[in-house]
Design a protein around this ligand. Structure first.
Ligand code: HEC
Length: 202
């Protein structure tokens, strides 16, 4: 005799097989659209200031650089960007905290999320980084630093660092006790040129 429980199980299994494609299809289509968005314009080759603005938005508007950001056009999602007429690909992105309350500190983790900062590992700034920050305090829109080559399986690619500021806006002041326009932090972008092998330069 077939038990009632087994009958329900069979009905459930049949229904599931029928409905699963209808439930999964929108998810798959949504993912494809956003993957396409991710790998093509405007998420590639954006001018550096725009890309930086999106990185700042991602950091301050929400929990950070989580997966959800892929769906939002105002959030950082860059694969490549244009800096000083060259297309660079992103290697890593680091936060430099410059708040009066917590002092100057460098977060080694790639694209850290704000909510994880209290436990995140950080170190003091190097001399080079502190000098870059001094230039930003003096009004530089960003500072370009040399970086060691980026190692890929075919060899080494030219890499640069760009440090760019995060200023306090009105919306920041409810938590950060500073004046509007105060430098609260910076991003340190490590960018490599996929076209330029280090040995090519010699
Ligand atoms: C709701 C409160 C809140 C608002 C609003 C806010 N922040 Fe923050 N911010 C925090 C907290 C909390 C931390 C983490 C502090 C820690 O590491 O313990 C932080 C950390 C930071 C840091 C890193 C500093 C460091 O050394 O950890 C920067 C940079 C920063 N905020 C910039 C901004 C900017 C720019 C805005 C406005 C656009 C802003 N924040 C708005 C609460 C806020």
């Amino acid at each position: 005799m077939i038990s009632k429980r087994r009958t329900y199980l069979v009905i459930f299994a049949v229904l599931f097989c029928f409905l699963a494609p209808f439930i999964l299809a929108p998810v798959v289509i949504w993912s494809m659209i956003h993957f396409f968005d991710y790998s093509s314009s405007p998420r590639s080759k954006s001018p550096f200031p725009e890309a930086h603005q999106r990185a700042v938005n991602s950091f301050v508007n929400s929990a950070g650089f989580g997966f959800y950001r892929m769906a939002k056009s105002e959030h950082w999602n860059e694969l490549s960007l244009i800096f000083e007429d060259t297309v660079y690909h992103k290697n890593t992105l680091h936060l430099i905290g410059l708040t009066p309350e917590l002092g100057d500190r460098y977060f080694e983790e790639d694209a850290p999320e704000k909510r994880k900062l209290p436990e995140a590992k950080h170190r003091p700034l190097t001399k080079e980084e502190a000098e870059a920050i001094a230039k930003i305090h003096a009004g530089a829109p960003w500072v370009h630093l040399p970086a060691p080559p980026y190692e890929v399986y075919q060899g080494e690619l030219e890499q640069i660092r760009v440090i760019a500021p995060i200023f306090a806006q009105q919306s920041c002041l409810e938590c950060h006790e500073v004046k509007e326009g105060t430098l609260l932090g910076a991003f340190d972008y490590w960018l490599y040129d996929p076209e330029k092998k280090v040995s090519d330069q010699n």
